[in-house]
Design a protein around this ligand. Structure first.
Ligand SMILES: Cc1cc2nc3c(=O)[nH]c(=O)nc-3n(C[C@H](O)[C@H](O)[C@H](O)COP(=O)(O)O)c2cc1C
Length: 210
């Protein structure tokens, strides 16, 4: 299975070499995240692509100076809805009905159930849920990058509130969740490149109840 080979090839690259990835390759990685499943198909997250060097420098300063931020070719910032609102949920269902050429009220009962169960909840609980959907996109993007033999470092090591302000995310109703740095490994200078991939023993990881 090619996917397993790709997942064995990939690792959380610590040192990238600064070379640029062709945009069409990055677009494929974004497409994979775009096609990822989400709860009720709400797709409650966005991807912000960053290539600008000055902006990367500013992000690095609030990401514990991690070198992948500036040595990457592209940064994909996964940012999730800060809350579920009636307007947002209505918007997704309206769009789906339009795309499928169906009457707008086809899924009204299901939609209304979501609105009545999500919108009264605390915004923090809803953000936890939207962020979980963003991680599905992140995982799918990581696998897609590996298939293309593009290195990728998923990153949570940054000051999320500072990044939100820097990127103007509150005005968009978004909060940053995670960053995916995309680039090419610097084989000579990456301490992790030759290290064994270590995982929890499989008989602990997999609980079979047959
Ligand atoms: C959500 C998430 C956040 C992470 N944050 C960072 C980070 O800020 N910096 C970093 O160098 N690695 C980060 N990592 C990489 C993990 O440490 C790494 O994936 C893990 O140790 C497994 O190793 P592997 O990815 O090389 O197989 C993160 C991974 C994930 C999934």
């Amino acid at each position: 299975m090619n996917l397993l080979d790709s997942l064995r090839w990939r690792y959380a690259t610590k040192k990238m070499n600064g070379l640029a990835i062709p945009q069409d390759q990055v677009d494929k990685i974004i497409e994979a995240a775009y096609l990822a499943p989400t709860s009720s198909g709400l797709q409650p997250f966005r991807i912000i692509e960053v290539t600008n060097s000055d902006l990367k420098e500013k992000i690095k300063a609030i990401a514990f100076d991690q070198s992948q931020i500036t040595d990457s070719s592209h940064l994909l910032i996964f940012a999730a809805w800060d809350n579920y609102t009636t307007e947002r949920i209505n918007g997704v269902f309206r769009h789906t009905a339009l795309e499928r050429g169906m009457p707008e009220d086809t899924l009204a009962d299901y939609k209304n159930k979501l609105i009545t169960s999500y919108t009264p909840r605390d915004a923090r609980d809803n953000f936890e849920h939207t962020a979980r959907q963003a991680y599905i996109g992140l995982g799918t993007a990581i696998a897609a990058a590996a298939e293309l033999r593009i290195d990728a470092t998923p990153m949570e090591g940054f000051e999320a509130a500072d990044l939100d302000t820097l990127l103007g995310l509150p005005e968009k109703g978004l909060k940053s969740v995670t960053i995916l740095a995309l680039g090419y490994r610097d084989e000579a200078n990456d301490w992790l490149v030759g290290m064994k991939k270590v995982r929890t023993p499989k008989d602990e990881f997999l609980i079979r109840l047959n």
